[in-house]
Design a protein. Structure first.
Length: 437
């Protein structure tokens, strides 16, 4: 019953917000003014960015005025948006669209197909790499989201710790990483307990934790593949087995601790590596000690892997909702949000990477990257990122995958091949059950 009450109050909140929404053109001074509502992510940096973007757009477009509102607080933004779609109280535009929830939004008829706009093709193909843009095409062949920003998952490493351990170069492959782990992992104070490790990952079987270990490593090992083709799981392959085998050895050899920590053990220099997005650079720069030397590199890959190294991109995108009475004007605002100036402000205010092909060659962005050299690594990685599949049951799917990960990697109760086979079968059952129940 608690869940039902929560849903009731959430729907009521969205309804009341919608009742206050004014979208009809209003006549002011003899001119019609189109009013749009824009929902941004509820974190402080993105609210600051959104306020700036809205203010500048409104100043330069007096006939189109945008009202900003952060997404109402709830368990997740996806819950809020689905409730708003059901209640037909969605905003005109939202910039916190997680690709993993798109199938649900599209199936509910909640989104506008953006490729209906004449300028879509030119606007997006000149900004987004072709193969990356294609990965956001919906099952019906249309595009319902603008790839906006990405947070590539990469390896942050302690330069001094690796150097003092005798590691000659930054580990690029599984074997190089494991060899470095053997040198790094040790008892530094002689009390008989290990207190310095190669790395650490949260071992709890929580679905989103796999977005920082198994999933980016699978994308890298598979040469840029995701878990599905359509609604068919396709990760029952050698790449997935290699990933689980790699992490299993890290725990079996004690290179990663099977525990949880209080505080940040990378900052305290007890960990040689961690797998993070660009947001961590700002955090580390703010709190690091004078002795901490660190840098950024791609995540390790299998020894026989060839070609560019891909990773998970943690995308957030922009969509227009089908309740909008002014989709053409909303599209104007969307184009403004992905302009060169807006992308620069995204970097400067939020330290997140805009999806822009010429980011490192466009002179507008050069001063920023000169001031923030470690962000160059994330910008270089950005074209080689992948998102999640737009499957309605994705959180449940990653929960099942997390349970197999835990059984295999952490506790060694399954071989990597058994765990992957089990995960594929469990996910097939989830998809079948949820589709036909």
């Amino acid at each position: 019953m608690t869940g039902c009450r929560n849903i009731f109050w959430l729907l009521l909140l969205i309804f009341l917000i919608g009742c206050r929404d004014q979208r009809k053109p209003q006549v002011e001074g003899g001119e019609k003014i189109v009013r749009l509502t824009y929902w941004c992510a509820p974190n402080p940096d993105e609210i600051n960015l959104a306020n700036e973007l809205v203010r500048e757009f409104n100043r330069s477009h007096p006939d189109i005025q945008v009202k900003l509102q952060p997404i109402p607080a709830s368990v997740s933004s996806e819950e809020v948006l689905l409730a708003a779609i059901a209640g037909k109280t969605t905003p005109d535009i939202c910039s916190n669209m997680w690709p993993g929830a798109m199938d649900e939004f599209i199936s509910a008829g909640g989104l506008v197909a953006l490729d209906q706009f004449a300028s879509f093709q030119e606007c997006l193909t000149t900004r987004v790499p072709a193969d990356l843009l294609e990965s956001f095409r919906a099952a019906d062949g249309h595009f319902y989201q603008i790839p906006w920003k990405t947070n590539p998952i990469m390896m942050m490493y302690n330069c001094r710790m690796l150097r003092l351990a005798g590691v000659k170069r930054v580990p690029r492959t599984y074997s190089e990483y494991l060899n470095a782990a053997k040198l790094v992992t040790k008892d530094t104070d002689g009390d008989g307990r290990i207190d310095q490790w190669m790395g650490f990952r949260d071992i709890r079987p929580i679905w989103w934790q796999r977005l920082f270990d198994f999933y980016p490593f699978y994308i890298a090992a598979s040469g840029g593949k995701t878990l599905f083709e359509g609604y068919t799981p396709v990760f029952g392959n050698r790449a997935a087995v290699q990933v689980l085998g790699f992490f299993q050895e890290l725990y079996q050899q004690g290179y990663y601790p099977m525990t949880t920590f209080q505080g940040d053990n990378f900052l305290s220099e007890h960990l040689a590596t961690q797998f993070v997005g660009p947001w961590s650079v700002v955090y580390v720069e703010k709190f690091k000690s004078p002795t901490l030397e660190y840098d950024i590199a791609p995540i390790p890959i299998p020894d026989d892997q060839q070609g560019p190294i891909y990773t998970y991109g943690d995308f957030k995108n922009i969509s227009i909702f089908s309740t909008s009475k002014h989709p053409a004007e909303a599209w104007q605002f969307c184009q403004f949000m992905i302009s060169r100036w807006a992308d620069l402000r995204l970097l400067e205010v939020c330290s997140q990477i805009p999806i822009r092909q010429n980011l490192l060659t466009d002179p507008l962005f050069t001063p920023y990257f000169q001031r923030n050299p470690r962000m160059v690594k994330f910008a270089e990685q950005a074209p080689y990122t992948r998102g999640v599949d737009g499957i309605a049951d994705l959180k449940e799917i990653f929960d099942a995958l997390s349970q197999e990960y835990e059984a295999c990697v952490v506790y060694g109760r399954r071989t990597p091949a058994q765990a992957i086979a089990n995960a594929v079968e469990r996910i097939k059952v989830i998809l079948t059950w949820n589709r036909y129940r």
